[in-house]
Design a protein around this ligand. Structure first.
Ligand code: GRF
Length: 213
């Protein structure tokens, strides 16, 4: 898959292998916007071909529409059978030629059959240094509260593959952030979020570079 081009000075240069990326989100979608900005800057060699949510009300969906990106809603309750729900996901992902999926604050579990089909092609961002502070219930402000309560003096961000267990897939990239004694969970969350925005695209690009080898 890896292609090299010879430029005018005779040096080898990697050609840009762009992948089609779907973003799944449940809320405000600031990490989606950070990924979108990285694409716009040319730092992330991907095209965001779909933004999907489990909730029609997610602010991130509205933002995606403003950016002119196709959107979809994956709502389990619309389907009586789990298999119909996953078939619908497969259909929408295929319609948008999705090569890889980046979860960006997606609060629903991905059906195992979808995880299997997209094995090592679904990435997630977690606002702590996994394997610490991961697992069921460890999302949002709960993570930062737990970090403070445990007396840690550093925390951070983890970009990892998604497997069938919460927050247990292989780690792609981590970045650190300090924890100060006077931090509240909200203050810490804001500090970590800035690191998230500067890290997710690097993790996705690292994944793309590995794919292209
Ligand atoms: C982020 O903190 C991310 O690490 C976690 O969910 C939050 C989503 O925030 N998985 P946003 O919707 O991207 O602003």
């Amino acid at each position: 898959m890896f292609r090299k081009m010879v430029n005018l000075t005779g040096q080898f240069k990697h050609s840009k292998m762009t992948i089609n990326l779907a973003i799944l989100l449940s809320g405000r979608g600031s990490n989606f916007v950070a990924l979108y900005s990285a694409v716009q800057r040319g730092d992330l060699q991907a095209k965001i071909t779909l933004v999907a949510s489990n909730s029609e009300d997610a602010i991130g969906l509205k933002t995606a529409r403003e950016f002119g990106i196709p959107t979809a809603v994956f709502e389990r309750k619309r389907f009586s059978q789990g298999s119909d729900y996953s078939d619908y996901m497969f259909k929408i992902l295929a319609e948008h030629n999705v090569d890889a999926i980046a979860l960006a604050g997606y609060l629903k579990k991905i059906p195992p059959v979808v995880v299997r089909h997209y094995r090592n092609r679904i990435l997630n961002i977690h606002p702590a240094l996994l394997p610490k502070f991961g697992g069921k219930g460890m999302y949002g402000i709960n993570v930062h509260r737990a970090v403070i309560e445990s007396g840690e003096n550093e925390t951070g961000v983890t970009i990892h593959f998604v497997n069938e267990e919460y927050d247990e897939g292989k780690i792609i990239l981590q970045a650190k952030a300090p924890v100060y004694p006077e931090d509240t969970p909200e203050v810490l969350a804001a500090r970590v979020l800035k690191v998230e925005h500067n890290t997710y695209w690097r993790g996705v690009q690292k994944y793309i570079d590995e794919r292209n080898k």
